[in-house]
Write a protein that binds this ligand. Structure first.
Ligand code: DQA
Length: 160
């Protein structure tokens, strides 16, 4: 089963961008760590980064037909503004987890409202790049529980 990781605007600049807030780690290194951990746990992972809201909406919509079991998303600045991303996540009905590198609750007032939080299973914020790792652990747990529930249901349908 595949987990899709979506990175929003300006996250391609991690490592260079405001390192005092986001740290020195590059996006590729975050992705490599996630890929290794997902593999160790029997999951495939796909990464998508875009600076464009509509492209992120497309990536979320495509998840319904491309074998994605769950979505981990850092919508970046679009967290605070995008009804379109919120609606796309609600529409696809896949388990989703919202991740933030910085502790948005401790920053400017405009970052304290997320339009995304109400349509995801949970939000992980403030642990630096490790937020992504925590998000992945949570997603693996959700998907394993779903698999177990499906297997139990299938077994119930079998004749004794
Ligand atoms: C962010 C927090 C957002 O407020 C900001 O616009 C980002 C990154 C984070 O990961 O901490 O670009 O999502």
């Amino acid at each position: 089963m595949k987990i899709k990781v979506i990175h929003g605007p300006n996250l391609n600049m991690l490592g260079v961008r405001e390192p005092n807030i986001y740290g020195p780690m590059k996006l590729e290194d975050i992705n490599t760590n996630m890929e290794n951990f997902a593999k160790q746990n029997g999951f495939e992972i796909e990464f998508f980064q875009s600076n464009h809201e509509g492209d992120i909406v497309d990536a979320i919509q495509e998840s319904v037909t491309d074998g994605t079991g769950g979505i981990i998303i850092n919508p970046a600045a679009l967290t605070h503004t995008s009804i379109a991303i919120r609606d796309a996540l609600a529409a696809v009905k896949l388990p989703a987890i919202e991740v933030h590198i910085s502790n948005t609750a401790a920053r400017e007032e405009f970052r304290q409202k997320s339009l995304i939080s109400s349509v995801v299973a949970g939000t992980i914020t403030g642990f630096g790049p490790f937020s992504y790792h925590l998000g992945l652990i949570a997603m693996i747990q959700i998907l394993n529980e779903l698999k177990q529930a499906q297997a139990a249901q299938a077994a119930q349908g079998q004749p004794q």
